[in-house]
Design a protein around this ligand. Sequence first.
Ligand SMILES: *Cc1c(COP(=O)(O)O)cnc(C)c1O
Length: 377
Amino acid sequence: MKKIQMVDLKGQYEFIKDTVDRSIAEVIDSAAFINGPQVHAFQKELEEYVGVKHVIPCANGTDALQIAMMGLGLEPGDEVITADFTFAATVEVIALLKLTPVLVDVEPDTFNIDPEAIRKAITPKTRAIVPIHLFGQCADMDAIMEIAKEHDLYVIEDNAQGIGATYTSKDGTKVKTGAIGDVSATSFFPSKNLGCYGDGGAIFTNNDKLAHTIRGIVNHGMYERYHHDVVGVNSRLDSIQAAVLRAKLPLLDTYNEKRKAAASKYTRALEGEEKIITPVLVGEADAHVYHQYTLKIKEGKRDALARFLNENEIPSGVYYPIPLHRQKAYADERYREEAFGVTNQLAKEVISLPMHTELDDEQIEYITSKIKAFVNQ
Ligand SMILES: *Cc1c(COP(=O)(O)O)cnc(C)c1O
């Protein structure tokens, strides 16, 4: 059996080596390292794939979130509601811009932001909601968009983990994540579902005016060379990364199908176990692209399971072990522990199994048999 890895980028590379090597060599040959034709071509191809009018590439997913918020003109003191259970980048950029993060609880089944908790957190200062399509599963966008409309709020999707997932609305319309809110942010960090070989990110929007504003912000606030109309940043996707992404984008659906197939095999093997709760898929099969395959382990056995797996050379991860409202940087005296019952519980129970495009049946069989042996010992 091949050594089991949390993410197997080397194995994935072997299948695309020729294309990737050739396009990287082309970039080096052309010496157009920044804003080369690869970047523009990738932007167009991604717009087409997502079904969104504007993709603005940038340096990483964290920048993408920050720039999206700058583009909307949010101002210090504005409240931005987001989930307590997510990667810190989401709340970090809110705080960095001197906006006020308002963390709320998530749903126990999907781990995604709870629309009822959003409703309760709205004040006259609320300006935006940031749902995250956590672990690759669509947040409850119908409910979130409805709340946003009622209260005149912006919706910024954090699509770093959800690229390629499709949300089906109550009325049956299907839209890819990242094309639903006012603006969204994604990451091409190597381990993401569409990853490059370094850092990369992008902002998506269907709003022409916002796209124009953002194109200036990513480029030092310039709309005309050496005229700096707004305070911007320097955030670019480099041409080599764009070349890698162009080779991988046509395979994204296949990659996501492989993740889904691995997820079903895990679930089939583990769903009968009393002490294990397998991931709950809400909606259609295309609503989850399994950036992570995350179990809940009952009876306080999570950490012992992680140790047991490690002893058996099976890597695992705990995303996320400490809720954001309990992090020093984001603590706020207004938070009450009772308001974060689900996140507090999840932080103790979740464990993510190896998940990538190269997992084979033998590995899945080995992993699930070890997990079953552990919970039944
Ligand atoms: C990865 C990630 C980010 C940040 O992306 P980077 O490219 O690493 O800056 C933001 N939000 C979520 C939910 C992520 O998973």
